[in-house]
Design a protein around this ligand. Structure first.
Ligand code: ADE
Length: 278
């Protein structure tokens, strides 16, 4: 998968060099290219914002600079354009220069990315949306700051690209950068070969399947007793049926305690007699 990010703070994306996502980039499963939006501004101050029409607080990001940036990135099928392209975060580092993009990570020639605009007014980012986006060969994230991006940018590109405004939760961040980190990690870990154990994706809270809409229950590792706290005996029993039953019970208990709205929405048809007693 190719993942382009346009932002006035490319430094925010340094964490994409580490851990699972960093390894996926090294292997070529994920081709991340971070671009400095200001590289497409033309004045000496490299201005990207202006006052809002209709008045009100804050500033709005200018459409011209976004238009040039997005055009440059989407016109760049398989190659590099201006800005911090080629995986560079905040300027090309020695390691980034050595990063080559194998053909397997590149989108189909002539293909266009799906444009994702993080905003608190967007549709909710869910595990289901993460799975849908993980199927795409190419994603382009446009990080707004201030009061957001001039709406005509989304209008313009919705004629050419699939455009989604997406929110990671009902709170307001200072900009889209952290939301993109969240989405990139949630999507990246679903790509084939990124997680060591493919089953962990299947068992995730919110993953489609038998435990759908239940959060995961508690987990334990060795030692069997720590500071007087014991691992539940069933987990040491070796009885797979009982372990599965216990895990489901704990998932239901935790869902009721921490996510009452999810518990209330559980389909009674899918609950067995044992579940109903919990
Ligand atoms: N930008 C600011 N707040 C955001 C949020 N909650 N989700 C996505 N993008 C944002």
């Amino acid at each position: 998968m190719r993942l382009d990010i346009i932002s006035i703070f490319p430094e925010y994306f340094a964490p994409l060099d580490v851990s699972l996502i960093g390894k996926a980039r090294e292997r070529g499963t994920l081709d991340v290219r971070v671009h400095q939006l200001r590289d497409w501004a033309h004045d000496v101050h490299r201005t990207v914002d202006d006052t809002p029409y209709g008045g009100g607080p804050g500033m709005v990001m200018k459409p011209e600079v976004w238009g040039e940036a997005i055009d440059a990135v989407i016109g760049d099928v398989g190659g590099d354009v201006g800005g911090d392209v080629g995986g560079a975060v905040g300027g090309a580092s020695a390691e980034d220069e050595g990063h080559v993009t194998p053909q397997t990570a590149a989108p189909r020639a002539g293909g266009l990315p799906r444009l994702i605009v993080p905003t608190p007014s967007g549709r909710p980012f869910t595990q289901e949306l993460a799975q849908e986006l993980a199927q795409e060969p190419w994603l382009l994230f446009a990080c707004g700051r201030y009061e957001g991006i001039d709406s005509r940018v989304m209008e313009e590109y919705s004629g050419r690209l699939r455009v989604d405004e997406v929110s990671i939760g009902d709170y307001v961040l200072a900009g889209g950068e952290v939301a993109v980190l969240v989405m990139a990690e949630a999507i990246g870990r679903l790509l084939p070969g990124v997680l060591g154990n493919a089953q962990s994706v299947v068992d995730d809270s919110f993953a489609p399947g038998s435990m759908e809409n239940l959060v995961e229950g508690p987990v334990y590792t060795k030692p069997p007793v720590w500071r007087g706290h014991e691992v539940p005996a069933v987990l040491l029993s070796g009885h797979h049926g009982n372990v599965a039953r216990w895990r489901r019970d704990e998932a239901i208990r935790r869902t009721v305690r921490n996510r009452p709205e999810l518990a209330a929405a559980l389909d009674p048809e899918k609950l067995d007699k044992h579940d109903r007693k919990l």
